[in-house]
Design a binder for this molecule. Structure first.
Ligand code: ADP
Ligand code: MG
Length: 448
């Protein structure tokens, strides 16, 4: 049998181990005990393990240890694909680094750029950033420098290297020193990561958690599907939630769907039929997104409706049920979504709604995870009873959205256009607000 490893075995400083213990982190997870010693030795590292396996501390602990040997800013740069993840990573650094007064800065869109720029000039030890905003800073001002960083971390590396962020990453890499330690972490291994191994000219350490290809076939995870006609899907969804609530009144539920609009409409519909929930998608301003997430995390609201923006890496430990309102188009995305449940040894359930049009997608997923999903039968007569209510409520939700009750319609269209143009909707909105304010101010002073 494998012996138990402790953090002390990994040659971490005592105060770091103590700091971990204060947040209930007492024994290293496999990715931690495999990667931390190698990182401390100075090696580059590529680590792959499923969501929830503790990848953040696998890089944060050795970075903090090295930082306290020679503290200066900016010491490490962490890149991650989403804003929520950036905050989550920064939080972990803040907890671990508290005794050494670790300074960190989160650089993401949707937050005032000037204020952020000022924070960056104060030379934080750790910068946690999404690529877009950091690249903007690097292109617009040179009041801070990344030329001395010791560590570069790509968290969710496969997503960062999937092509979507190429331009920004190029800009960022141009500003980094050649001599640095690279740490790449991800839940799924893809061709990008394989390529990464080839190009890494330094001696790197590679760790892949066993059986990553069936990362979701954890024993405690029950994977089910419900076959339903497309037009009645939402009523089936409501019935599945009802059935779940009848046996688990307090359970937290996360529902995934495909687009921002569907997410918003579904959230409004379910709220109106009595399932209180919050929504998380890219068209919601950043501040509200964080607020929604914290209401869910603090258990104030027990249902979160999200697009895939939320499927990666977010640490929401108490989800009992993941519901796929739409079948993910890519099997990998399925793994990420259902990775929200059955974390850290707890039992969990994932139910996917499948229409006759989705059978191929379902088969692709089953092939990928090497597991057959089990059919869950839902009582048709119960579905029939709620069908009218759900579909009327849904039409009303569409109407409300179009009338601009929730967001001003013009703004939602603007945000849509910004997203399609590849711009950051939060940033553009902030610019617009500023411009309007200036205009108002000007008018006021003219009338004086
Ligand atoms: P990943 O990035 O692999 O998805 P995270 O780093 O977000 O996982 O960690 C998931 C959760 O597990 C976090 O709440 C974290 O605090 C907790 N955690 C990490 N390492 C340990 C550990 N060694 N023991 C107990 N909990 C841990
Ligand atoms: Mg992570």
């Amino acid at each position: 049998m494998t012996q138990k490893h402790t953090f002390a075995d990994l040659e971490l400083n005592k105060w770091i181990i103590r700091q971990c213990a204060t947040v209930g982190v007492k024994l290293p997870t496999p990715i931690q005990h495999n990667c931390i010693p190698e990182i401390l030795k100075g090696k580059d590292c590529i680590g792959a393990a499923k969501t929830g396996s503790g990848k953040t501390l696998a890089f944060a602990l050795p970075i903090v240890q090295k930082l306290c040997e020679d503290p200066y800013g900016i010491f490490a740069l962490i890149l991650t694909p989403t804003r929520e993840l950036a905050y989550q990573i920064a939080d972990q650094f803040a907890v671990i680094g508290k005794p050494m007064n670790l300074r960190h800065c989160v650089v993401v869109g949707g937050i005032d750029m000037v204020e952020q720029g000022i924070q960056l000039t104060k030379r934080p030890h750790i910068v946690v950033a999404t690529p877009g905003r950091l690249a903007d800073h690097l292109e617009s001002c040179k009041t801070f420098s990344l030329s001395k960083i010791k560590f570069l971390v790509l968290d969710e590396a496969d997503r960062l290297l999937s092509g979507q962020f190429d331009e920004q990453i190029k800009t960022i890499f141009k500003n980094l020193p050649k001599e640095r330690q690279n740490l790449f972490f991800s839940a799924t291994i893809t061709d990008t990561l394989e390529k990464l191994k080839e190009v890494s000219n330094k001696d790197f350490f590679y760790y892949e958690a066993p059986s990553i290809s069936d990362a979701v076939t954890v024993e405690q995870l029950e994977q089910l599907y419900v076959l339903c006609p497309r037009d009645v899907k939402d009523a089936y969804l409501a019935q599945v939630i009802r059935d779940f609530r009848s046996i688990n009144e307090d359970g937290n539920v996360m529902i995934f769907t495909n687009t921002c609009k569907n997410c918003q409409v579904l959230s409004m519909t379910l709220n109106d039929v009595g399932f209180e929930n919050v929504a998380l998608h890219a068209m919601i301003p950043q501040k509200q997104r964080l607020a929604a997430l914290s209401r869910f995390k603090s258990n104030t609201v027990k249902m979160l409706i999200a697009t895939d923006v939320a499927s990666r890496g977010l640490d929401i430990p108490t989800v009992q049920l993941v519901l796929n309102h739409t079948v993910p188009k890519v099997p990998k995305e399925y793994i990420h979504r259902v990775g929200r449940t059955a974390r850290a040894g707890r039992p969990g359930k994932a139910i996917t709604l499948v229409t006759p049009y989705d059978i191929k997608l379902l088969q692709a997923i089953e092939e990928h995870i090497k597991t057959k999903l089990v059919e869950l039968k839902v009582d048709d007569s119960e579905v029939g009873k709620i069908f009218t209510q759900v579909s009327v409520t849904k039409s009303e939700a569409y109407l409300k959205l179009d009338e601009g009750d929730f967001y001003e319609k013009r703004l939602i269209n603007k945000r849509k256009k910004w997203i399609l143009d590849g711009l950051d909707p939060d940033e553009e909105e902030a610019k617009l607000l500023k411009k309007n304010k200036r205009k108002k101010h000007k008018k006021k002073s003219e009338t004086k």
